[in-house]
Design a protein around this ligand. Structure first.
Ligand code: GDP
Ligand code: MN
Length: 419
């Protein structure tokens, strides 16, 4: 689960990470009041769950797709807008009136950046912050390195750019410092980091304190990502987090109610939210047109591979688990049917603990309750297959049957292509 920049900064501050003063506003009037408190010279920043805002563009809902294509195809057109022409999602204002005006320009529009996808993101809030006079910009992040089973601190002097871009053109510029999870963060790590980034004296100490705080914030919150890009040294010599990204591991949310409360469902995929609300766990939206209902994560992966092998594209990953209630199947079909790109549904069940008759009953109920408007291909094997077959034939359900997984995938691809 991602959180907004303003939420991440509030959390960072609790752990002693220095951030600019400021607060969040939902209206231009609120933005003006905050700017007045801060003395007028502020930055007004769109709050969405995506980066690249400074180089993004604000448009109305109907214009997002064309704008996204422009940003992708013509990167020159989205360079460095924050300090120039006022078009992006991060804007400098010199007075409280200007801050109000900029907030009015940003709020209620869709912000499109190379990270938002073609739909862009609707802006409900802006963060109004004191301006910082930037001397140097760095990249700093703490991620969980799965291969090493340890937190990894990553930093670079190429601040303000996406780390993927730096990794592609100058991989040597990225400093990587693994942290032993048993001993945790130790000051020598911060000193090493400061030396590698070229910071000395008070700034090295400030960096050390900041990284230590960020480490604790990440570990204590079960974060999979805590990123500051850019981390800056200001002209006055302060070291502070100008931007903040924070992702909490969903599997650990149950033990962080305070973080779970920060969830903004408007920022998440509509179908994944629906799946979650309906108790359809393990649903991930993908870009293809064949909806998949499968029991078992491994079988779900194999099913997606088979669809690709047959020349198609899966519309989702879905591990329906060990189903003991037809309503779960109906809900899974409900989620998949809400996806306008779905042109066929492939049900692939290997009945072990799961029972084929329950799945069959679920599909029959879905037809009754929802009406199935796309072809359904079913490949069923295992426990209670005969009972399942009987239910399907009694119901006279018009489904396409397949024996093997390969055959099922081919039939689903053909059905989706014909639709
Ligand atoms: P992002 O584009 O979504 O990553 O948003 P950021 O918060 O990183 O802002 C984009 C860029 O705006 C940063 O990389 C900075 O260069 C610039 N910026 C943000 N706040 C300030 C500020 O207070 N002063 C100055 N001079 N630049 C800023
Ligand atoms: Mn940034």
């Amino acid at each position: 689960m991602k959180v907004h920049e303003y939420q991440a900064k509030a959390l960072f501050a609790q752990f002693g990470v220095e951030v600019p003063g400021g607060s969040v506003a939902a209206t231009p009037g609120e933005a003006r009041a905050i700017a007045e408190e801060l003395g007028g010279k502020v930055v007004v920043k769109a709050q969405i769950h995506a980066g690249g805002r400074g180089k993004g563009r604000l448009v109305s809902e109907g214009e997002t797709v064309a704008m996204f294509e422009r940003l992708i195809n013509d990167p020159e057109s989205n360079e460095g807008q924050v300090r120039g022409e006022r078009v992006g999602g991060v804007r400098l204002a010199s007075t409280a009136e200007e801050a109000e005006q900029e907030a009015a320009n940003i709020l209620g529009k869709h912000l499109v950046s190379i990270q938002t996808g073609p739909e862009g993101k609707f802006v409900k809030h802006v963060l109004v912050e004191e301006q910082s006079a930037v001397d140097r910009e760095f990249y700093l992040a703490i991620i969980v390195d799965g291969a090493q089973a340890a937190p990894l601190i990553m930093a670079s002097t190429e601040g303000g750019q996406e780390i993927e871009v730096v990794a592609a053109h100058d991989p040597e510029a990225i400093v990587r410092l693994p942290v032993n999870p048993a001993s945790g963060y130790e000051p020598y790590i911060g000193r090493t980091l400061a030396a590698r980034l070229g910071l000395v004296g008070e700034q090295a100490s400030a960096l050390n304190k900041l990284v230590g705080g960020l480490y604790r914030a990440a570990v204590e919150s079960d974060a999979s990502l805590a990123e500051i890009n850019p981390l800056v040294v200001t002209e006055e010599g302060r070291v502070l987090a100008l931007d903040a990204k924070f992702t909490v591991d969903d599997n650990a949310l149950f033990r962080h109610q305070d973080l779970a409360d920060l969830r903004d469902k408007d920022e998440e995929d509509r179908l994944e939210v629906l799946a979650d609300d309906l108790g359809v766990a393990n649903f991930i939206k993908l870009d293809g047109n064949i909806g998949c209902i499968v029991n078992g994560a491994g079988l779900a992966m194999a099913t997606m591979d088979s669809i690709k092998f047959a020349g198609g594209e899966p519309a989702n990953f879905l591990d329906i688990g060990t189903v003991n209630d037809p309503a779960r199947v109906v809900n899974a079909i409900r989620v998949i049917s809400e996806d306008p790109s779905v042109k066929a549904i492939l049900v692939n069940i290997f009945g072990g603990m799961a029972r084929v008759d329950i799945i069959a009953q679920g599909v029959i109920n879905a037809e009754k309750e929802l009406g199935l408007d796309v072809p359904v291909v079913m490949r069923l094997v295992g426990t209670n297959l005969a009972e399942g077959e009987q239910l399907l034939s009694e119901a006279g359900l018009d489904v396409i049957r397949a024996e093997s997984l390969g055959e099922a995938a081919e039939k689903a691809v053909a059905a989706a292509g014909a639709a």
